[in-house]
Design a protein around this ligand. Structure first.
Ligand SMILES: C[S@@+](CC[C@H](N)C(=O)[O-])C[C@H]1O[C@@H](n2cnc3c(N)ncnc32)[C@H](O)[C@@H]1O
Length: 213
């Protein structure tokens, strides 16, 4: 995966040189790089915390659920330069920025849609190498698995970002993470790697999963 480590930061090579997407720092060396802020992107936090088995190729197809304004999507777009990121977001206001971003980056396909109703974009999205889910909703594991079942290639993987407080504000995060892991396993998913996101995000965990069926 084309990710660069610079002075303790993680960075990607800017697909759209001269342009910063969310105010991130640009570094010009042999090429231009964008510093990937771990406090703005959970994937950057996971990478800095040692996530090592995720592979995004330059031709990867990605289904991204909960794209928001495209902060993390933009870095994946720097990596999967000849691939495609199907970026699903259900808030029209937020999706406006995502559409603007996709006008500058040919490998992002913005979709105004609801990740709990994947049939709504069944005719748009092809089979993907990665399903990335960061919707911060109580039912996120269920909708993630449904989308994996519909869109993941047989050898594809999924990355699920879990925010304990989105699921239950009272229960201990450790217990919530254990229960979510059990849910995934019961439905036939294999946990390949798990990484906590502290100190960048409190009470969050990233699960990298494979279909095991
Ligand atoms: C934590 S933010 C995502 C941040 C983004 N992943 C990033 O790193 O740049 C969660 C986003 O998921 C969206 N969302 C929540 N439920 C959704 C659903 N059912 N379908 C699509 N998007 C959803 C919210 O509108 C919000 O923009």
């Amino acid at each position: 995966m084309k990710v660069y480590y610079k002075d303790g930061n993680v960075a990607t090579k800017n697909l759209n040189p001269g342009t910063s997407v969310y105010g991130e720092e640009l570094i010009v060396e042999d090429e231009e790089y964008r510093i990937w802020n771990p406090r703005r992107s959970k994937l950057a936090a996971a990478l800095l915390n040692g996530l090592e088995k995720l592979e995004i190729q330059d031709t990867s197809k990605v289904l991204y659920l909960g794209a928001s304004t495209g902060t993390t999507v933009s870095h994946i777009s720097d990596i999967a330069i000849n691939g495609k990121i199907y970026a699903v977001e259900f808030s029209p206001t937020t999706a406006k920025k995502l559409v603007q971003l996709s006008n500058q980056r040919f490998n992002i396909a913005p979709i105004l849609g609801d990740a709990t109703k994947p049939k709504g974009y069944l005719n748009i999205v092809e089979k993907t190498d990665l399903v990335y889910c960061d919707v911060a909703q109580p039912n996120q594991s269920e909708l993630f698995m449904r989308n994996m079942n519909l869109f993941s290639k047989d050898d594809g993987v999924g990355l699920l970002m879990i925010k304990a407080r989105s699921i239950d504000v009272v229960q201990k995060p450790k217990k919530i993470f254990r229960e979510q892991e059990k849910k995934l396993k019961e439905k036939g998913f294999k946990i390949v790697e798990k990484v906590k996101l502290e100190p960048y995000e409190k009470d969050h965990i990233a699960f990298l999963v494979e279909k095991n069926f």
